[in-house]
Design a protein around this ligand. Sequence first.
Ligand code: 13P
Ligand code: SF4
Length: 301
Amino acid sequence: WAFFAEDAEAILSLKRERNAVILAHNYQTPEIFHCVADIVGDSLALAREAMRVDADVIVLAGVYFMAETAKLLNPGKTVLIPDQGAGCSLADSITAQDVRLMRQAYPGLPVIAYVNTSAAVKAEVDVCCTSGNAARIVKSFGVPKVIMLPDQYLAKNVAAETGIEIISWAGQCEVHERFTAQDVRELRIANPGVTVLVHPECPPDVVAEADFAGSTAAMSDYVGQKRPPRVVLLTECSMSDNVAVNYPDIDFVRPCNLCPHMKKITLANIRKALEGNVHEVTIAADVADRARASVERMLAL
Ligand code: 13P
Ligand code: SF4
């Protein structure tokens, strides 16, 4: 605490002065997640909670597309992202023009965008989804075939779960694509009895070897409800750190991959964000109106 105290205490008083709240994703480091955040969760929870925030300023401790989603749902509030370079390999893999061309190639198919996309991409689609509600959104159209962009692995995993054919895109999460089925088999040998939880951005053969696949919130809930004596969360490294704090009796096995984008957010730049309004998220009105409709349709479902 001594190491973080100066920045953390400054942030706590800046939040009061500015009537600000900090929304933090489950991949944020523990000093952000546990010491200064007001609302924590997966992408779906952050979007839902952003809709209910009663504050003048929102600081998004997460990646850029999450800050854009918060701004879409709070057009009248100041939304800050402490580092504009906190991107996402999925969001960077596809443009609005790519989506328009997909629609032309597959006329009439519903188009779903993972929230890990830019506002410009969200503006081109029928609805958004997150890893926490992708199967439900895909099924909601009641048709045998849909387009879901841009994560090819999430699309394959959801297609396997729902039996619905999904046309996707060649996007991948640079963190989850690195886990292999062989990693899971080796983990089981090295850690007898371990329960393996994976994120559905992992390749399908990794999901097939796991005990459970779900969003970051679903993984956290699984640990809380089932209390496996030994568990591994095949996902971003801070996830285990944040969950493990609540379960000292559970043995968390720690292979994990770091998300370099999530790790760009620090207590120091959260403090600067609140001190000087850096960096304010803005979205052009014509894009924002259409992108907001895609997010709101998801939240209504
Ligand atoms: P969740 O919606 O499961 O939190 O995932 C977000 C993300 O970026 C995973 O890599
Ligand atoms: Fe994007 Fe993957 Fe990082 Fe999540 S973990 S923000 S999907 S690069």
